[in-house]
Write a protein that binds this ligand. Sequence first.
Ligand code: ZN
Length: 152
Amino acid sequence: MEVASLYSEQFMDHVAHPDYKYELEDATHVHDGVNPSCGDELRLAIRLNDSGRIEEASYTGHGCAVSMASADMMSDLMVGKTPQEALALCDLFKGMITGSEKDEARLAQLDEAALLKDVSHMPARVKCAELAWRTLAEMLKDEGDSGATTTE
Ligand code: ZN
């Protein structure tokens, strides 16, 4: 267990002072995610702009420190990305958190979320860390299947 390195000052700052935990009033997409094994629940919202990029991302909900910090880091990372880029980052995060992706250069694309790499050594926390990314991937895949459906 590398708890000491996971719960770093930088990590705890996302928990105590989240930047993206608020309701996005003019969201174009909203999607709920639940992790029953821990009780984490979050509602993720994004606004896609006319050029098809994520202009803003935010979340509301409650859960453990890992799930909330992960959602905050992810929201920050997704600003300016296209849905395709966002899905690729979700896959990369999943690879990191399940221990299958260890390439430091690739993981650097995750920016601060790479801090959560140590969660791969904490099986009980993997679903917590994954929740926001899994929720975003579900939201964006729905978008691909159904065209320009708006979810409120
Ligand atoms: Zn949790």
